[in-house]
Design a protein around this ligand. Sequence first.
Ligand code: GN1
Ligand code: MG
Length: 356
Amino acid sequence: MEKAVFAFCLEGTPVQCSPLGNGHINSTYKIVTDKGNEYVLQRINTYVFKNPVGLMNNAGAVTDYIRARVEDPRAALHFLTTKDGAFCHEDEQGEFWRMYDFVDGFCMDAAETPYDFYQSALAFGNFQQMLSEFPAETLVETIPNFHNTVDRYRQFKESVAEDKMGRLAGVKADVDYLLEREEAASRLQNMLEAGELPLRVTHNDTKLNNVLLDKETRKPLCVLDLDTVMPGMSAYDFGDSIRFGAATAAEDEKDLSKMEMDLELFGACVRGFLEAATSLTDKEVEVLPLGAYTITLEQATRFLKDYLDGDVYFKTAYDDHNLVRARTQIKLVQDMEKKMDEMNAIVAKVAAEVRK
Ligand code: GN1
Ligand code: MG
């Protein structure tokens, strides 16, 4: 790690390094130098991201693009380059590292108020809006078919058939529940392929804790975790915000009775997203609730697949962590099914107010 730090052009000599954040994929550290400069160092998980150089070129290009158009330099992360002028450093073990300026803010794992959640929706809506003219064809797909739910189901069924760890017998009901919903989960992808929905430059990992907020104003500074910025569907960016942020319990809550989707938070998110992402088509707006539903099903299949595969993708803290996560997602899907009419009505009402 020390060598990685020294590969980048920083000011001062690094004197301190401590773990930072709680992402499921990369490892993150804060670096402080003798001059008081603060940086974030991250090791890119190359099991997940097979093309770290392409990924960092995406992230560098998108953040440079935003920084050139917005006054506040904190509106997008600032990635440092290495002494060789690259956005990432490959060490002797073949590990890839990146570094960016630390910005003093905070992230929330759960919204304390609907206003907080509204703010985060503005941040993700703005991000998409700012990139609405960005040349999407210059971006690499950092994970092919990342939010192609049809393909996620294909992969899920492969893991079910393989049952590598012999865990299938204990999760039959969960597997059946998800398989029964395959047709519904395929609708958005089919609409995309039929040309009914556009492909945009999207963030693709719009969890509330990927928004960095100003400590004083509690307003968003920028969005974090740009590993999956690539062409995608607006409904999924909105949907993943709902899946994580409008949920009444954590992604790994064991007491399923605590897991629901909060309609007030849902409404706050719709408002923020629609106020900021003004270039959405009417069809894109109409399918927002379906986006939330689909991405939650997708996430359930991803967690359950990883459980069946022996926990190789998501970081886990205990044996059946991925199963616990899959079940919270299934509970959320159940609740969304009950509330679908209300979700649709909220979108229609807010859209009528916001989109003039
Ligand atoms: C991962 O990196 P992190 O923890 O923000 C995952 C997301 C999942 C999320 C579930 C590259 O996000 O897709 O929705 O966990 N990122 C990747 O919490 O797979
Ligand atoms: Mg991520």
